[in-house]
Ligand binder design. Sequence first.
Ligand SMILES: Nc1ncnc2c1ncn2[C@@H]1O[C@H](COP(=O)(O)OP(=O)(O)OP(=O)(O)O)[C@@H](O)[C@H]1O
Ligand SMILES: [Mg+2]
Length: 233
Amino acid sequence: MTGPLVDARGLTKTFPMGAGPVQAVRNVSLQIAAGEYLAIRGPSGCGKSTLLHILGCVDTPSSGTLMFEGRSVSGLSDADRSALRLLSIGFVFQRFFLLPMLTAAENVDVPQAEAGVAGADRKRRTAELLDYVGLSHRRDHRPAQLSGGEAQRVAIARALANRPRLLLADEPTGELDRATGEQIAGLLDRVQADGTAVVVVTHDPAIAARAGRTLLMRDGRIEIDGNGESGTR
Ligand SMILES: Nc1ncnc2c1ncn2[C@@H]1O[C@H](COP(=O)(O)OP(=O)(O)OP(=O)(O)O)[C@@H](O)[C@H]1O
Ligand SMILES: [Mg+2]
């Protein structure tokens, strides 16, 4: 593929509120290449999560255009947009959002089942993913029976289940101690080395330092779009 993986032009997101509209994202244009590692930083409330949700097709922009692999996302039906999200994009939410009644293995199985993958293939893929994130020995644990770092790794395994081209993670180390955060950062490095584009919202300098490119957001806009750490400190 020659064009960018993601091509966003003039994205805005306005939330209508009683006290007046909140402009969470203002005129953001951004291209993400296949296999790129991008960090997004910026103060609380500057629009990082909102932008990530739009890029992940979890939310729709108020205006602007978003292309994924050359296809206009806004032109897709709800069903096609869901399929794109299911098959091509992995999303790791800040608070994991694992299904509490399901085990680690079952959580990783869900998106594959939704994608219609056959049972035997799912079983193999789930075992491979749990091994990839170092949690084969925790396959039968429910989320409440996992540590924070383990739950985050299950969330990453789940996000990778259908081999997405883009992995988006919203502060994946925000609630973890430093050593556990390093482990997650190492895992994201490996995901990127395996060819998946990775976009991480993070306040963690250890992750931002690893990314090839860092966006600094302020008040809904991209203030700095630079290489690695330079220009962001
Ligand atoms: N669903 C919503 N309805 C109304 N306002 C919202 C909604 N979601 C976010 N906002 C507002 O939009 C702005 C951006 O929010 P966002 O969650 O994107 O910030 P953030 O940069 O991710 O912050 P943090 O670092 O604290 O997670 C904030 O002012 C927030 O209050
Ligand atoms: Mg946020």
